[in-house]
Design a protein around this ligand. Structure first.
Ligand code: M6R
Length: 601
């Protein structure tokens, strides 16, 4: 979703910001903008240079930006916008300015009470339909009507906003940059031993090329950068706050496609190594969390989208491997379970980004009931990491495609390990997963991809695809549907194999494509029968299974890896969705309407 990168220092600021915006592209956006504060303004009435564009940054480079900036600038802020309020237009792109043109603001999140604020700013001239635009006008209003200085006005404006958000405001007269956080992340980067160069970003990837020294702005806090350095304070009391400098040792992963056409297929192929990296966990930590699960009175695995499906896989894994009942809950629904929560409950929050608003809200609900929260994450230093009592990483490396692939299988691997640890069989689990990791390594070869490409050619004109699975692979059928929906815009639906006859079977016609995920486990025979029921009604059966079967019209072989089957079974669908997207001329890295990091509810 929206991304922010701000810079103040001795480098050409707009250039640093442009490069930072390119690093934030993976979050998903539909328009972008940069505001640079001119070192020497052409005239006092025009202190900012502003660029706003609809669409992707693409090949835009420094020459283009410097032409727009025209003069030198050492303070600039950039923004990628994922529209919530107001269409995708240049006017709605950030930054937004106040009436005087002296205060510029970029913003992430949603101002829930923007209509009310706008109504109170009757005399101000609004140029966009966004919720964000109320912020610069409110700051202006507070400075003029209440005679507050810029910092006090930013503090009061931020305190007035309802909902989860964060913004950065620049005042051209005082040459100050203020950042306020209320529920959406903002991180400060500091250059080596320097008090003269600062970055402010919604995630560290925007500035990790320059520095790994960071300071976190926490909720209801603000930071001000000016000629005197940086100062932190509370949004509520105004009291000054001391902050620690933290060094981030996190390998973001290559920002390049390494010869692949898209990040998505590169990340799919990286699964040759990421499963092994995921299970490379500290035994003591896995055992400690396993003990948490054993001693908890109620455990909830909580996530959204694909992470929600890996939580569902965990529910089956814990039942099958450790005989332990755990609950998987979609994060946006978690508050409905709050009546069951006690200090003995355990929450395991699963998230690639660690920034998903729905999961953060669920954590807030859990915390309000004194529930212990352990997170399973891929992005180090994320908000969820710091909001949890404990965390562990899935070590998949940066995932840049919006569509989650390698983080998904890494999550399933760690959750499988945890289920085995809970059963007192950690070593057995490790062996199983090491075998699965090496099987994935063998499976991801060019011949395998070719076979899936052939299937993609057959499916390219199909509007609907159904996917069925049972047991551990029922959630994988649901996940497979997400992959096809978001990557190649196929109408795909996943079902438990036994559910078709209760309704969806009516949708099967001659040639309807149905993917049957048939694991070599206790669900196999029933799955074959369910596939046969579809075939008998004209369905075209694509079997994902270790062994071929006469019911399959097209067979995608997967290795037989026992209880690690969810890991290997999703991979062919990831590749299939990718190739259908390419055949349809869809950019699989940036699906329409979606964002990598969902920071709004
Ligand atoms: O960063 P998170 O894992 O919390 O993200 C959760 C979902 O938004 C994410 O899995 C989404 O469903 C992806 N587009 C799936 O590929």
């Amino acid at each position: 979703m929206c991304g922010i990168i701000a810079y103040a220092g001795n480098k050409p600021a707009a250039n640093v910001v442009l490069e930072g915006l390119k690093k934030l592209e993976y979050r998903g956006y539909d328009s972008w903008g940069i505001v640079a504060l001119a070192d020497k303004a052409e005239n006092a009435e025009r202190p900012f240079y502003v660029i706003k564009r609809v669409g992707k940054i693409g090949g835009i480079n420094w020459d283009y930006v410097s032409e727009a900036i025209r003069g030198e600038s050492h303070v600039a802020v950039g923004h990628t916008r994922w529209s919530t309020h107001g269409g995708v237009t240049e006017q709605n792109a950030h930054p937004h300015l106040d009436c005087s043109g002296k205060i510029a603001v970029v913003h992430n999140g949603i101002v829930d009470n923007h209509q009310e604020i706008r109504a109170g700013l009757g005399s101000h001239r609004f140029l966009s339909q966004t919720d964000t635009e109320v912020i610069p006008h409110l700051i202006e209003e507070l400075m003029s009507k209440e005679e507050l200085d810029f910092i006090a006005a930013v503090r009061k404006a931020a305190s007035t906003l309802k909902g989860r958000s964060a913004f950065v405001a620049i005042n051209s007269e005082t040459r100050q940059m203020a950042a306020a956080r209320k529920g959406t992340p903002l991180i400060i980067g500091l250059h080596e031993n320097s008090n003269e160069e600062f970055f402010i970003a919604s995630d560290v990837t925007a500035f990790l090329d320059y520095t790994n020294k960071v300071m976190y702005i926490d909720d209801n806090e603000m930071a001000v950068v000016d000629g005197g350095g940086i100062a932190f304070s509370s949004l509520t009391s105004g009291n000054e706050l001391k902050k620690r400098v933290v060094e981030i040792h996190w390998h973001v992963g290559s920002a390049e496609k390494d010869g692949y056409d898209h990040f998505l297929i590169k990340e799919v192929m990286e699964q040759k190594h990421t499963i092994a990296a995921a299970i490379n966990q500290d035994d003591a930590k896995i055992l400690a969390v396993a003990n948490d699960v054993k001693s908890a009175f109620g455990t909830f695995f909580v996530g959204c989208g694909t992470a929600g499906k890996t939580c569902m896989v965990a529910e089956y894994l814990f039942s099958k491997i450790s005989g332990k009942h755990i609950n998987s809950v979609v994060a946006s629904e978690f508050s409905n379970y709050q009546h069951y929560l006690t200090p003995k409950t355990l929450m395991i929050a699963v998230s690639q980004s660690g920034e998903t608003a729905d999961v953060l809200e669920a954590i807030d609900v859990a915390k309000s009931k004194n529930v212990r929260v352990v997170s399973l994450l891929n992005v180090f230093g994320s908000t969820m990491m710091r909001a949890s009592d404990d965390f562990f990483m899935v070590n998949a490396g940066a995932e840049r495609a919006v569509v989650s692939t390698k983080a998904t299988t890494a999550q399933i691997a760690v959750l499988t390990l945890l289920a085995y640890a809970t059963a007192g069989k950690l070593q057995e689990g490790k062996l199983l997963l090491m075998n699965a990791a090496s099987a994935v390594n063998d499976m991801l070869n060019p011949r395998y991809e070719e076979r899936i490409k052939k299937l993609a050619l057959q499916l390219v004109d199909k509007k609907d695809v159904f996917i069925i699975g049972r047991g551990l692979n029922y959630p994988i059928a649901l996940e497979a549907a997400i992959k096809l929906q978001e990557t190649c815009y196929t109408h795909a639906q996943g079902f438990a194999g036994g559910e078709l006859k209760h309704g969806p079977l009516a949708l099967i016609e001659d040639g309807t494509a149905c993917i049957a995920i048939v694991a070599n486990d206790e669900t196999k025979q029933d799955m074959i029968s369910n596939a046969a029921e579809v075939k008998a009604r004209g369905g075209y059966i694509i079997g994902i299974a270790p062994e071929n079967n006469e019911v399959f019209d097209y067979w995608l072989k997967v290795p037989d890896v026992g209880n690690a089957s969810p890991i290997v079974n999703i991979i062919p669908v990831q590749i299939l969705a990718y190739h259908i997207a390419v055949l349809r001329g869809i950019n699989p890295d940036y699906p329409r309407n979606l964002a990598k990091v969902c920071t709004t509810k």
